[in-house]
Design a protein. Structure first.
Length: 247
């Protein structure tokens, strides 16, 4: 527990550094472009951003350390998803379409690995939610994903198909979090996937939309941090609540 608290303190420091750098050094431009003045603030921002997922991965490991029944298969899949998202974080600190595409593919693969984590939960007997409320939530998320794909297809140009595929993959991840039966950590997982979806939608409209989103960077990074934090906490609670019955 003390180790987790130390990581939480370090994470809070990193997040504060990231937002401080953004507040003092960042100017947001149309098309998702940014300008940093002085340039040192971008270095602080990028270094802080690069530390978020390693700290959350460390926290996940510490939360499960020493627990005999911890689901280590689930932990490993979440670690793999975090690693892929971390590559995306690094790629998106650079400008240009190539960096954006690398980030898009990295996050796409990360979402697929999160989907594999949910699949493992189903396979290991977690159970499925069949209530009306959960069905409505899944339907709402599908409408949101379809609307984003349709709206951004033309503005995204050659990246239109990739953006559409991405929208439906992250929808699938969010949908599965609502289809998992209630249990320890499940509601915070739903918060995480919903915040992740919101973050990516804001990012996409900021880059491809007709008008820039006011304070778009703060909305994107804020919801993203909430998403990754909630997923790490939620999966740690799921993994510590029962051991895997399948490898």
């Amino acid at each position: 527990m003390r180790g987790e608290q130390s990581v939480d303190a370090a994470l809070l420091t990193v997040v504060l550094a990231l937002f401080t750098a953004s507040a003092f050094g960042l100017t947001e431009l149309p098309g998702g472009a940014t300008s940093w003045e002085p340039k040192e603030w971008k270095g602080v921002h990028d270094a802080a951003k690069a530390l978020i997922l390693p700290l959350l991965a460390l926290r996940l490991g510490l939360a499960l350390s020493g627990r005999e029944n911890a689901d280590l298969t689930l932990r490993n899949r979440v670690w793999a998803a975090m690693s892929l998202c971390w590559v995306g974080d690094i790629a998106l600190t650079f400008s240009g379409d190539t960096a954006f595409l690398i980030g898009l593919v990295s996050f796409l693969l990360g979402h697929l690995m999160f989907i594999m984590a949910y699949r493992h939960m189903f396979v290991s007997g977690w159970g499925q939610s069949r209530g009306l409320f959960h069905g409505i939530a899944g339907g709402f998320l599908f409408v949101v994903a379809a609307t984003v794909a349709r709206t951004l297809w033309e503005p995204a140009g050659d990246l239109g198909p990739a953006v559409a595929v991405y929208a439906f993959v992250i929808y699938a991840m969010a949908y599965l979090s609502w289809m998992v039966a209630n249990g320890p950590g499940v509601w915070i997982l739903r918060l995480g996937t919903t915040a992740f979806m919101a973050s990516d939608i804001i990012l996409a409209f900021g880059r491809f939309g007709e008008a820039p989103i006011a304070h778009g960077h703060f909305w994107v990074i804020g919801t993203y941090i909430i998403a990754q934090w909630a997923l790490s906490i939620g999966f740690s609670r799921v993994a510590s609540s029962r051991g895997a019955t399948h490898p």
